[in-house]
Write a protein that binds this ligand. Structure first.
Ligand SMILES: Cc1cc2nc3c(=O)[nH]c(=O)nc-3n(C[C@H](O)[C@H](O)[C@H](O)COP(=O)(O)OP(=O)(O)OC[C@H]3O[C@@H](n4cnc5c(N)ncnc54)[C@H](O)[C@@H]3O)c2cc1C
Length: 375
């Protein structure tokens, strides 16, 4: 595996000099695979995002896109995951069925995926950079002795058909494009919400290639005794919120966070922050947005008193509309915000809350007088 700093003028030159011959037995590897992750019987949304990205890669390479599902036979979640893979763009699905795969355990999942790869020889294998995906991708890559690029923010196919997997490096100050030159499959993990979710197309189907798992329970060291849900996992849904209001050091003191929270609540959004606020202990870590925090993709992102450092930017780049409030008209956030407001956020936040409260009250009133169709 070779890593090169992404410079559009020099990347091809430096990569060409580092090119290693792909061993003959990998030259027939075909197709793009996406591992469909099941979380308590539900497909994790990152799998849909990866199918969207996988579709683009497969079309560029002129190959097929496959969804890979592992789970117990006759399980609603497994069957549903296979159907959803087709609905989100897969041409075919691989299904490994075994009672050993009912809960995530590294050993049987690694065995299922590596056996499948050895048999069907994909060119590219993508997984979500979730807790499960990170654990599984690492063990599959090491078992297969192939290259894995973790936490990618961009995936592309080079002129010669190699996967160009780009991810932030050196604390986010550089983007690095990594190639797997001499082994297959080329593996990558992508964080949830980094890629867009493709349109779901109902009533789609395709071939399903079924396999069993050649493993017995006695070979599995890990035993699942029970499942305790994370007490806090229900609390924050920043990654999937449509509206996010976030604050940075520019909000001054911890007490001013209340202004942020009230505005977020008024407009039906979540609230978040830049990293220094977590470091100060003003907000919980699961509200941090950015490279070492959450990646978000809201319809509206309102950033108050945030400078727009690259480590923050990578977490919000997918937002449809970015509104930034900053006293400094040269703040870097204005380079990528769609709406730039040069103002004191501490005064503007409550003014926005008042304006939205009024506007929403008027809207409710008019809806009561003229109810919408179907109400
Ligand atoms: C390895 C690594 C990982 C990192 N990961 C993350 C990450 O995940 N997320 C993240 O956010 N950061 C991350 N950082 C930190 C990042 O580099 C920045 O330091 C951080 O984002 C800056 O936070 P800020 O914008 O709140 O503060 P500052 O950069 O200090 O910006 C404050 C801004 O507020 C403005 N301002 C001041 N007063 C007001 C006012 N009254 N009204 C309006 N605006 C005002 C200022 O003009 C300034 O632009 C990481 C850094 C490293 C090295």
């Amino acid at each position: 595996m070779e890593a090169h700093v992404a410079d559009p003028r020099s990347a091809n030159v430096s990569r060409a000099s580092a090119r290693k011959e792909l061993p003959k037995h990998f030259r027939h590897n075909r197709n793009v695979w996406v591992f469909i992750e099941l979380e308590r019987g539900q497909v994790h949304p990152v799998s849909f995002e990866l199918l969207g990205e996988g579709r683009k890669l497969a079309d560029k390479l002129g190959v097929q896109l496959a969804g890979v599902v592992v789970g117990p036979a006759e399980c609603a979640g497994t069957q549903c995951a296979t159907a959803e893979a087709f609905a989100y763009g897969a041409d075919l699905a691989y299904l490994v069925e075994s009672p050993l795969l009912s809960h995530y355990r590294n050993e049987p999942f690694t065995k299922a995926l590596t056996d499948l790869v050895i048999l069907h020889k994909p060119e590219i294998l993508l997984l979500g950079a979730t807790s499960l995906g990170r654990d599984l991708a690492g063990s599959v890559a090491t078992t297969l002795e192939t290259g894995l690029t973790a936490d990618c923010t961009e995936l592309n196919v080079d002129a010669d058909g190699s996967l160009a997997a780009t991810r932030p490096t050196f604390g986010g100050s550089l983007l690095c494009t990594i190639y797997t030159l001499n082994s297959r499959p080329q593996m990558a993990t992508v964080r949830p919400r980094v890629m867009a979710t493709p349109q779901r197309v109902a009533d789609t189907a395709g071939p399903i290639i079924r396999h069993g798992l050649i493993m017995v329970e006695e070979e599995v060291v890990t035993k699942v005794l029970g499942f305790l849900s994370d007490r806090r996992s229900e609390k924050v849904n920043l990654a999937h919120a449509d509206i996010v209001v976030a604050g940075g050091l520019g909000i001054g003191i911890a007490e001013n966070l209340e202004r942020l929270k009230v505005l977020a609540k008024t407009i039906g959004g979540e609230f978040g922050c830049s990293r220094p606020l977590v470091q100060k202990g003003w907000m919980e870590v699961d509200r941090q947005i950015g490279q070492t925090g959450q990646t978000i993709r809201p319809k509206l992102y309102l950033a108050a008193g945030i400078s727009g450092a690259v480590q923050h930017r990578v977490g919000v780049d997918g937002a449809d509309l970015i509104v930034a409030i900053n006293t400094d008209s040269n703040a870097p956030i204005f380079d990528f915000a769609h709406v730039a407001v040069v103002a004191d956020a501490i005064g503007l936040l409550p003014a926005l809350t008042t304006a939205f409260t009024r506007r929403l009250a008027l809207q409710t009133k008019s809806e009561q007088v003229n109810p919408r169709c179907g109400q």
